[in-house]
Design a protein around this ligand. Sequence first.
Ligand SMILES: [Zn+2]
Ligand SMILES: [Zn+2]
Length: 406
Amino acid sequence: MCTFNGILSEYPWISIDSFLEANCQVSRVFFVSHIHTDHLRGLDESTFYQYTTNNPSIRIYCSESSRHFLSILPAYKHLSKFYSIINVNQPLTIQNPTDKNVSLTVTCFGSGHCPGSLMLLFEGSHGTVLYTGDFRLYSHQSNRHRIILSKKPIDTLYIDMTFFEPSIRQLPQRKQSCQKLIHLIEQYDNRYFHLKTSARVGYEYIYTSLYHHFGILIHVNHEQYHLYDCLPQVQQALTTDGSRTRIHACWPNCSHSKFSIKIVLSVLWFTLQQQSNCPLIRIATDYYRLCYSLHSSYNEICTFVKQISPIRIHPIALPSQLTSERFNELIKQLGIHQNQTNCFASNNIVQQIKRRYQMTENTDIDDDDELDFGFHKNRDNNEKQLYKRISNLQQPSNKNEDLTYQ
Ligand SMILES: [Zn+2]
Ligand SMILES: [Zn+2]
């Protein structure tokens, strides 16, 4: 659940991953950490377009891959001339356009979440700030942390804590999930498979692993295929011709995948069912779920926070059921002493869940890697879970059995 309005409180002239009216009122320089829809809030809206018309010198910094993606996606390509590339590990000095005496240095690092996803390190007169964006770093991937730690100590860490919940201590690594998937496909060498993904990008490891293991291309639609024009090593694993393959990740489903074994790639379902240790679960005949997480587990978040050792933490995403008291208690165990309350406006969270649920109802596609509602046949069950979560939020003292912390 998103808990950050995009404005850096240390440097309000900078907004990250949010392009709403409130951001336009105070910020002059923008960043996109990665291209999942929940990190592009307002970028496709007329308010932001109007803002760029009135301020033609504004910049939207992002990685090279993100710039490519944004420049071809219909909702965002009209802003092409405003996207500027920021290269990994190459410090860049940025001036505040409204006050030439104010500047800071920004350095970016890969965040292990999806192609082009960035962490951003800001160094200026109001402190050193690290913004992780969505991230997945395994506990042993400490060399990236060392690069960050070789710089100044971090004052504020804006961090993705989507799975900051002790019952989600571990999540399968991408390699483990992929091996389970390969093993399943090996058991049915005459059958067709359909992979149901829930985000625009982030499944490239699966595509390339399946291609290298089976020598079979994966069917995707044209838009998805051309998204990877900038990543030929991914694109070579894909095809736009559904008749050429028995492995499909197409949306909408093509006629060739009609009688396929369906595999839904998701995480939230596993965490709600307290099954996050299982990479693959059979739900029904020809219907499986694969746990595939683009976000760090609780243990991975804890390792990262301890290594960075910031003075303050500002979560950019949290589990929806987490209370401020519980959050403060958990971060105290990580050596962070602060009382965080501003991220826990429960009404706001309820509205977010409802709005995102309505969005999936209206469009029949969940372009988000954090909430997935699966196929039509599970809608009733999903709805029950959703309202269970909402009622849990409205009565924080009345703990729900399924969501109780352990
Ligand atoms: Zn994301
Ligand atoms: Zn297909």
